[in-house]
Write a protein that binds this ligand. Sequence first.
Ligand SMILES: Nc1ncnc2c1ncn2[C@@H]1O[C@H](COP(=O)(O)OP(=O)(O)OP(=O)(O)O)[C@@H](O)[C@H]1O
Length: 257
Amino acid sequence: MTENAQLSPSAMSIRGLFKRFGEKVAVNGVNLEVPAGSFYGLVGPNGAGKTTTLSMATGLLRPDGGEAWVHGVNVWQDPLAAKKVMGILPDGVRLFDRLSGEQLVTYSGLLRGMDRETVQTRVKDLLDALDLSKDAGTLVVDYSAGMTKKIALASALIHAPRVLILDEPFESVDPISAANIRDILSDYVRSGGTVIVSSHVMDLVQRMCDHVAVIAAGNVLAAGTVDEVRAGQSLEDRFVELVGGRNHGEGLSWLRT
Ligand SMILES: Nc1ncnc2c1ncn2[C@@H]1O[C@H](COP(=O)(O)OP(=O)(O)OP(=O)(O)O)[C@@H](O)[C@H]1O
């Protein structure tokens, strides 16, 4: 742990994270400070480097350079301690999908060293809260995309971590479940937890988050409180202004009937 990280009130500190895939620089020295107790949104166009950054920051993908700390614990030097503090919803990672939903969440709790009784109670609470109780016995491989997202979220929550890192938690999720998840996350932040969430939905980030970072082409273009970043505009307008790249379909004249 560096002196800097020890003194920092950050839930997560990311310094100089860098990743290259062949010729492609996916993440180009990203720095982020996520204050403890914040609801932090990470936004950026497709291919901006959000998933790669979050994967490196949570110990899932080894960085080519840079470091990450979670509540002062170095993620790559002390991965076991770091993973105790984090609940992670990764994007596109295979789950143990030959288990039923209930078995998967139970397994996640037991893997975390929790006692069976606590796990059982929490699994029931989570399945109820995420409207999955009636599908508890269905194999995850037979779940819809939204149900899979929700069961992966339940697996990330079971050990009541201090920091939640959620890559696109609302993708494919129906509006009622999304509202339930928002309530769960807001409660969690009110009770002192920290949420880091990547999303493409600017309106959602503007309403739900108190901090936001805009990433494009592997670089942080703006970061701070939502009000600082949006600078009097809607977050969506500010995002388009920062990132650019709007085209108006002139190239698709053949598509006009
Ligand atoms: N395993 C990989 N091998 C090669 N290139 C990769 C790999 N993973 C990511 N990339 C590239 O790195 C860049 C960043 O990808 P990343 O998935 O981090 O973006 P993202 O911001 O999460 O995008 P999206 O919003 O579309 O999910 C992209 O150009 C992508 O093609």
